[in-house]
Design a protein around this ligand. Structure first.
Ligand SMILES: NC(=O)c1ccc[n+]([C@@H]2O[C@H](COP(=O)([O-])OP(=O)(O)OC[C@H]3O[C@@H](n4cnc5c(N)ncnc54)[C@H](OP(=O)(O)O)[C@@H]3O)[C@@H](O)[C@H]2O)c1
Length: 225
């Protein structure tokens, strides 16, 4: 992991949880100004305290309401699929004019190792349609298991497919992947998010078969910086 070149203000909706909390921790360690959100501000503050103990002098992050998280310059949505749309719709005003990074995987329990994409083909595309053009939705991090994110010493061996209809917004998210210690790739339009969303069930099946917590993916054949 490296220090960020530009300090960004990042809010993680649902950052009290596994995936959002892990990414938030890594962005705080890279020097970004990070707030993790929750439906209950106190729960986020407690989660932030725990994460801050892992940062040991490498920055600090804050906890607050989901509305406070959504008020930051860049917003990340990290809540379960079942509440993805309702959570984002409730924050529509704060999200206008911003990049919203959606990490949602549309898993259908209990068969989470079976790809079952929703009607419309992609959870992230449906989110973009719901929020409209005022929000630049970017899909990323679906294939990054939360298992190792909170261990800052652990190299997360997983590339990040970054899909979105706005190339500049994708570039920003590729920077966020780098700051979290991973390699992000321009992976095409937002509709391509369907592949990343489905791929997570493939990785879960691999996790189960090979008894590992966090199988990842790697793009080959392209030079890396
Ligand atoms: N876990 C992974 O390895 C992983 C990997 C890639 C992508 N993802 C995706 O990341 C997202 C979050 O996953 P996660 O594992 O971090 O989930 P999680 O820890 O179970 O939930 C994240 C947060 O969502 C909020 N939440 C939970 N149930 C809710 C409800 N009924 N209504 C409103 N908010 C609710 C909670 O925040 P408050 O209770 O504080 O409001 C919780 O802390 C999911 O879409 C998942 O598919 C996860």
């Amino acid at each position: 992991m490296s220090m960020a070149t530009e300090k960004l203000s990042i809010g993680v909706i649902g950052g009290s949880g596994q995936e959002g909390g892990g990414l938030a921790l890594r962005w705080a360690a890279a020097g970004h100004d990070v707030i993790i959100g929750s439906r209950t501000a106190e729960k986020a503050q407690e989660a932030a305290q725990k994460l801050n103990t892992l940062l040991v002098g490498r920055g600090q992050l804050r906890g607050g309401s989901n509305a406070e998280a959504a008020a930051q310059a860049i917003v990340v949505l990290a809540v379960p699929f079942a509440v993805q749309l309702a959570t984002a719709e409730a924050l529509r005003e704060q999200l206008a004019g911003k990049i919203l990074v959606d990490v949602t995987v549309p898993l259908v329990p209990p068969k989470v190792s079976r790809a079952q994409l929703p009607v419309g083909g992609s959870a992230v595309v449906t989110l973009q349609r719901t929020l409209g053009e005022a929000v630049k939705v970017v899909s990323a991090f679906q294939n990054v298991s939360a298992a190792h994110l909170k261990d800052l010493a652990h190299h997360v061996d997983c590339d990040v497919l970054v899909c979105g209809d706005d190339a500049a917004a994708r570039e920003t998210v590729i920077g966020l992947a780098r700051d979290a210690g991973m390699h992000g790739w321009h992976a095409g339009v937002l509709a391509n998010s369907a592949a990343a969303e489905a791929l997570t069930s493939v990785l879960i099946a691999i996790n189960q078969r090979y008894k590992v917590p966090g199988a990842g993916i790697r793009i080959t054949g392209v030079p890396r910086d």
